[in-house]
Design a protein around this ligand. Structure first.
Ligand SMILES: Cc1cc2nc3c(=O)[nH]c(=O)nc-3n(C[C@H](O)[C@H](O)[C@H](O)COP(=O)(O)OP(=O)(O)OC[C@H]3O[C@@H](n4cnc5c(N)ncnc54)[C@H](O)[C@@H]3O)c2cc1C
Length: 202
């Protein structure tokens, strides 16, 4: 799994949005300590959380399974543009020797991982007969790798990190939650640290 933060909204935009409510622009310190404390106080402590929606993050997420993708897609307050199997299965059809690491997420369980490889072999056989991608894709294993551009605002990201860094979450989405947190700009992390499960405190 690889996560790249492509772009993010500077925090002073959120401070500006908050100050719009009270017209307190003269109290701003241009994104300094006063503004950062204001965002935390209003957005988190006062639960005026819609102000956090002015901060968005654009992530490029590569090398996740379609099993994880379907869980990530349940987070409705986000935008996803996903690599299409309809248009990209030819990369599997055209290879002579399958590089399984390139196409599959492995679990570490030998039996499950060989079943995934067998499913990939089968899919390639189907594709090589000339059956269209639109039909062949119905025998894709859930372990098949995909990638997407994911855009999410700070409020929704807090909810995502809270739910998906938990021990109750699927291991792969938990890894994604932790990696997304790590990819955030250092100066933004304070808005999220209470939403990340810290196992060292247990
Ligand atoms: C441990 C775990 C196990 C799960 N198991 C299952 C499972 O077995 N089966 C299954 O189907 N799903 C399962 N889910 C998915 C879960 O039900 C949610 O769909 C998913 O976590 C997205 O959460 P969300 O709705 O808060 O996020 P988002 O969709 O991003 O929504 C964010 C917030 O917006 C508000 N919101 C969004 N849409 C609405 C709406 N229509 N009405 C009112 N408020 C709204 C809510 O406050 C919500 O928290 C599981 C999730 C977890 C973490």
């Amino acid at each position: 799994m690889k996560i790249t933060l492509l772009h993010h909204t500077p925090l002073n935009i959120c401070a500006h949005a908050i100050r719009t409510c009270w017209q307190s622009f003269d109290k701003s310190d241009d994104g300094g300590e006063k503004d950062l404390a204001l965002i935390d106080r209003v957005g988190n402590k006062f639960k005026h959380a819609s102000t956090l929606e002015h901060i968005t993050y654009n992530f490029y997420i590569q090398g996740i399974s379609r099993a994880l993708l379907q869980e990530l897609a349940r987070h409705r307050i986000a935008s996803l543009s996903v690599k299409s199997t309809r248009y990209t299965l030819k990369e599997l059809k055209e290879c002579d020797i399958i590089d399984y690491e390139k196409f599959l997420i492995f679990t570490g369980n030998e039996m499950v991982d060989s079943a995934s490889k067998a499913a990939l072999d089968n899919l390639q056989k189907v594709l090589k007969t000339g059956i269209s991608n639109d039909i062949a894709k119905y025998c894709l294993p859930e372990s098949y790798k995909t990638e997407l551009t994911w855009t999410v605002n700070a409020r929704s990201l807090q909810n995502f990190l809270h739910l998906r860094s938990s021990k109750d979450a699927l291991w792969e989405i938990r890894n994604l939650a932790n990696a997304a947190y790590e990819a955030l700009p250092e100066e933004h992390k304070y808005l999220f640290e209470d939403h990340i499960c810290d196992y060292s405190k247990e």
